[in-house]
Design a protein. Structure first.
Lengths: 217, 135
């Protein structure tokens, strides 16, 4: 029996079906890809903020002194620590090694700075630098207020890549803010990260924490 | 030569069924991923918020007056519009207070301190407890 070719109508229908299936498949793959990308964009800064809060909680609970109102240059950044009842973006505090008469203190610095890795989609995003100077004894003993962070030997740094957008520390929803309680023993840390992904919508989440110094004098 | 035949209805139906099962599996995985991501975000917020509120109570109780004035608090906004909280304070023995903080999901259609009881656990997001010693 002689084989006949496909009619024009059959070719058109088959072509339309093929185009429809391809468009659907492409849209599905794109949706899955964007969704995965969006989740990764949100998970990164969120995990970094959680790690940052854990680190800060551990150190602040044993900290005995806050350098309230400190103003100066440290680790290449200009640092202004808020006074009691004030608001700012930097924190400087001393953690004693033990309760001995001539204990050594580890001074910790927290400040936001421009991200080390350039990202064309987030050119203004900031990261958090957390630096622990080498521990030193205070002179006279047990007076951490007499420590001079500017002249201390560099210790170890941790960087938390939390995608903080630029903006003032004041207001009800700042990108990053450190607020000291009136009695100087409580610290509220407010973070609100913003990631502009290569594709898709912006990812933004807010996390706040409050820490109480339990070892301060 | 034998004429090539097309697929039978049963073959097409079987192929479509296998494809549908595979697609639904992928879709379910995607939906579950989204749910887990949302839960992770919510849990992170609940943890940082509840610990922050508890830390504020700890800070207040570190002074003599603050410890004496530490008392139960009825439902109130938690700072984050998605949550409300209450505090229960008891004195199991002299010089010691047991503080329990209950964080609930806020019902935005209700009052400023309304609980979203439609959520699991009748809207209870988390419960934290600690014992505070008189300074």
């Amino acid at each position: 029996m002689k084989r006949r070719g496909l009619s024009l109508m059959e070719v058109l229908i088959a072509g339309s079906l093929m185009v429809g299936i391809l468009i659907t498949a492409e849209a599905t793959v794109r949706y899955l890809w964007n969704n995965n990308q969006r989740m990764r964009d949100a998970l990164g800064p969120r995990q970094q903020i959680r790690s940052f809060f854990l680190q800060l909680k551990r150190d602040l609970r044993s900290a005995s002194f806050l350098f309230l109102g400190y103003d100066g240059n440290l680790m290449g950044e200009h640092i202004t620590v808020p006074a009691a009842g004030g608001t700012g973006t930097a924190l400087l505090f001393a953690v004693p090694s033990d309760d001995s008469a001539n204990t050594e203190y580890t001074v910790c610095l927290l400040t936001p700075r421009a991200r080390s890795q350039y990202d064309a989609n987030n050119p203004d995003a900031r990261e958090l630098l957390y630096h622990r100077y080498k521990s030193v004894p205070s002179v006279p003993p047990n007076t951490p207020g007499g420590l001079m962070p500017a002249s201390m030997a560099i210790g170890t740094s941790k960087v938390f890549d939390v995608y903080l957008p630029p903006g003032p520390a004041t207001g009800s929803d700042p990108p990053f803010s450190i607020r000291i309680s009136n009695n100087g023993a409580g610290i509220r840390v407010m973070t609100h990260f913003l990631v502009n992904p290569q594709r898709g919508n912006k990812v933004t989440e807010r996390y706040d924490a409050f820490f109480t110094l339990r070892n301060n004098v | 030569m034998r004429q090539p035949r097309g697929a039978t209805l049963a073959e097409v139906a079987l192929g479509t069924f296998i494809f549908a099962v595979f697609s639904l599996g992928v879709l379910a995985l995607l939906i579950r991923c989204n749910q887990l991501n949302h839960q992770d975000k919510s849990l992170s917020q609940v943890n940082s918020l509840s610990e922050g509120l508890m830390e504020e109570l700890v800070m207040l109780a570190r002074s003599e007056d603050g410890f004496q004035n530490l008392a139960s608090q009825s439902l109130r906004p938690a700072g984050d519009p998605d949550y409300v909280y209450s505090v229960e304070v008891s004195t199991p023995m002299t010089g010691l207070k047991k503080v329990t903080l209950l964080l609930y999901y806020h019902d935005p259609s209700g009052s400023a301190a309304a609980i979203d009881t439609a959520r699991p656990n009748l809207g209870l997001a988390t419960c934290l407890g600690t014992a505070l010693e008189q300074p």
